[in-house]
Ligand binder design. Structure first.
Ligand SMILES: Nc1ncnc2c1ncn2[C@@H]1O[C@H](COP(=O)(O)OP(=O)(O)OP(=O)(O)O)[C@@H](O)[C@H]1O
Length: 282
């Protein structure tokens, strides 16, 4: 992989604040080497390492409190906004550690976008929701074209093209989530993080988002947290199973194993994974 060809080049791309490092693993967009994550004195996650390959969907699964969201939100430094949060280790994006002191966390989030559990459109028009990040980045191109392209990417264009000036809040829950996806992809992030993006949606809206993810992965590498094992099976190329060991009185989560989704579900290496995917605990 030549790093320069993978740099965001779209019209919304900012000046390169996360210049590609020299040691990116071939085909890997992200290399996570987490030693420990703390909230204050509480160690929430320990010893978790994985590679995320370009153009794939990786699912994080595991029981409640095992640190899935913490790891996800550490990838684009979203947790920096949480008081007491401390990250030990490295997260290399195209070979460059996003926790290096010279790296601007705001810029990291332009390269590594995020979609949240609850659809959270801004209280503004559909058009302005999508244009928001582009304007923030000083986009100088054709805004109308760019907004249309993002809404098409999010499979929402046909449903909203005649009401772009209406409030984003007037859409259905599923449409709002696709609007948030359009907003996230408008600035062409290389990586898209999705934190349980379907948990607030009905089954039909969920299917739409899952189908959409298969399209999105042609342009964006995706990491998704999901509680829904069937969803992980349906959408993910690779699955990572996290677990929280409570037997010693602690509650620190860790990555147990990562593998091709089919293999992880049919032939897991570790007993905890085997019990979890068999439904022995949730
Ligand atoms: N902002 C925070 N401040 C303090 N502790 C937190 C914070 N966010 C998460 N934690 C704690 O860190 C641990 C991991 O939480 P996290 O939300 O990452 O787990 P999860 O696997 O995503 O859980 P769930 O599936 O229930 O969403 C939990 O013990 C949680 O209580």
């Amino acid at each position: 992989m030549t790093t320069s060809t993978n740099a965001p080049t779209g019209p919304g791309a900012p000046a390169p604040p996360v210049p590609p490092g020299p040691n990116g693993e071939a085909g890997s967009v992200l290399h996570i080497d987490l030693k420990a994550v703390y909230y204050g004195k509480f160690k929430a996650v320990r010893d978790s390492a994985l590679d995320v390959k370009k153009g794939t969907i990786t699912a994080f699964i595991g029981p409640s409190g095992c640190g899935k969201s913490t790891v996800l939100r550490s990838i684009n430094r979203m947790n920096d906004l949480v008081r007491g949060f401390r990250f030990e280790g490295k997260i290399r994006f195209r070979g460059r550690d996003v926790y290096e002191s010279a790296v601007d966390p705001v810029a990291v989030r332009r390269y590594i976008g995020m979609v949240f559990q609850q659809p959270n459109p801004f209280a503004m028009s559909i058009f302005n929701n999508v244009a928001f990040g582009l304007r923030l980045n000083g986009y100088k191109g054709n805004l109308n074209e760019r907004v249309e392209q993002a809404l098409r990417s999010a499979a929402l264009w046909d449903e909203v093209k005649d009401k772009l000036r209406q409030s984003g809040l007037a859409l259905s829950g599923g449409q709002q989530q696709r609007l948030c996806i359009a907003r996230a992809v408008a600035t062409e992030p290389e990586v898209l993080l999705m934190d349980e993006p379907c948990s607030a949606l009905d089954p039909i809206a969920t299917v739409k988002i899952e189908e959409l993810m298969q399209d999105l992965k042609k342009k964006h590498t995706i990491v998704i947290v999901t509680h829904n094992l069937q969803q992980a099976k349906r959408v993910a190329d690779t699955t990572s199973f996290f677990y929280v060991d409570t037997t010693q009185g602690g509650r620190t989560g860790y990555l147990v194993e990562t593998g091709p989704t089919k293999e992880l579900f049919s032939n897991p290496r570790e007993p905890h994974t085997r019990d979890y995917v068999a439904g022995a605990f949730s």
